[in-house]
Ligand binder design. Structure first.
Ligand code: FES
Ligand code: FES
Length: 167
């Protein structure tokens, strides 16, 4: 069957089997390997992408179900204007160790901040509660998301900073 999915602002059309998973479509057909695949049980959440702005586990969504929808992967976070504040927050607060859970964590954080720019710690914990991190103990991830909430204009200032540092 043919599917057409808006991936990171670009319409992508492909012939897929009806059982084809969105995570496979993104990783294998489009080469967007920033979306990780960590389990076969829908438990780990490392495969999270945004579908119409909401976090979904792409290992539980068929490509056919995503047809006609907007999907956003981690590759979309950095733009020509610089890193997304969420990405910068993970750098500033050391929100990752091995990095395997990080793409999904950052996309969940982006969706949370888009609907709630000033979340409480509890709201952050609830937002990421469907995702596992085996490394960090979650504390630095929470601090990274709090940092992003406190620096919503970081992308613009990073651009200004880098322009100012040019010789
Ligand atoms: Fe583990 Fe999707 S890969 S929940
Ligand atoms: Fe290793 Fe989260 S940083 S699983």
């Amino acid at each position: 069957m043919q599917v057409t999915i808006d991936v990171n602002g670009e319409e992508r059309t492909a012939e897929v089997e009806p059982r084809h998973l969105l995570v496979r479509f993104l990783r294998e057909d489009l080469g967007l390997t920033g979306t990780h695949w960590g389990c076969d049980t829908s438990n780990c959440g490392t495969c999270v992408v945004l579908m119409d702005g909401e976090p979904v586990k792409s290992c539980t969504v068929l490509a056919a179900m995503a047809s006609g929808h907007q999907v956003r992967t981690v590759e979309s976070l950095e733009t020509a204007d610089g890193l997304d504040p969420v990405q910068q927050g993970f750098i500033e607060k050391h929100g990752l160790q091995c990095g395997f859970c990080t793409p999904g964590m950052m996309l969940t954080a982006r969706a949370l901040l888009d609907r709630n720019p000033d979340p409480s710690e509890q709201e952050i914990r609830e937002a990421i509660s469907g995702q596992l991190c085996r490394c960090t103990g979650y504390l630095n991830i929470i601090r990274a998301i709090q940092w992003a909430a406190q620096h919503p204009a970081q992308r613009a200032s990073a651009l200004a900073q880098s322009a100012g540092s040019e010789p």
